[in-house]
Design a protein around this ligand. Structure first.
Ligand SMILES: *Cc1c(COP(=O)(O)O)cnc(C)c1O
Length: 228
């Protein structure tokens, strides 16, 4: 079990290194987040034993349950990558080290209001790369205004942009658009230099387009258990 997980992890890390080389980039500047949604906390513990320190979850309840169960692993960094609801903002803030899915002013406001100490939460503006406003994220044309709003909230640190590639377009061209948006956001604040993009099916293209944070699930964890 564990050795299979370790083998998949090293195989993906080799592919990341290959893609970085191809892109003329240093693989050390790319953070590989392992998306563990729908898998039990025990899998996260196995990943931790294999050296994984960055993990991603997309549902608040699951994030809260796993961080509670794995409280002894205090060097894990939890990335919240799912749609965030304002009434869950306090719970998300308690458990997450970074929130990739800021798609409207109200969720930024709610996360800011939930700050209970001097802590600073890393956040990314999620960009919708499709023409369908029903998909997650803010339209590229509205990204700058949202980023400026985040910058006005002192308990949030704007770290950059996040996106999921559309299903009906080559990921490379979508990620090129994301990069343009990312450049504009970084010009507002040099700390906003993360580009969170690339999943199991398209992380090579994402690396070529400048992604700094990959969110890879099934290629490492194996197929996700039934969502029930
Ligand atoms: C599930 C998920 C991933 C990982 O997907 P895989 O295809 O399993 O690598 C990445 N990003 C988001 C936003 C997700 O919800």
């Amino acid at each position: 079990m564990s050795s299979e997980l370790g083998a998949r992890l090293s195989a993906i890390d080799e592919k990341i290194a290959d893609a970085a080389r191809l892109a003329g980039r240093d693989a050390g500047e790319i953070t590989r987040i392992v998306v563990t949604k729908f898998h039990p906390a025990s899998l996260v513990r196995e990943l931790h034993a294999l050296g994984v320190r960055e993990v991603g979850e997309n549902r608040q309840q699951e994030l809260s349950a796993k961080t509670a169960e794995l409280g002894d692993l205090d060097d894990l960094r939890w990335h919240f990558i799912g749609q965030a609801q304002t009434n869950k903002a306090a719970a998300i803030r308690r458990s997450a080290d970074a929130v990739h899915s800021i798609d409207r002013d109200r969720i930024a406001d709610a996360l800011h209001r939930a700050a209970d100490d001097d802590g600073i939460l890393d956040v990314l503006v999620q960009i919708n790369l499709t023409d369908d406003p029903g998909r997650g994220g803010v339209a590229p044309a509205a990204a700058r205004a949202l980023a400026e709003h985040v910058l006005s909230l002192p308990s949030l640190r704007l770290r950059g942009v996040m996106a999921v590639a559309p299903l009906d377009e080559a990921p490379a061209s979508a990620f090129d658009r994301l990069r343009t948006v990312a450049d504009g956001i970084r010009s507002l604040d040099p700390e906003a230099d993360w580009i969170s993009a690339g999943m199991t099916g398209d992380f090579t293209e994402a690396i070529l387009a400048g992604a700094t944070h990959l969110r890879i699930g099934s290629a490492i964890t194996g197929p996700r258990p039934d969502r029930g």
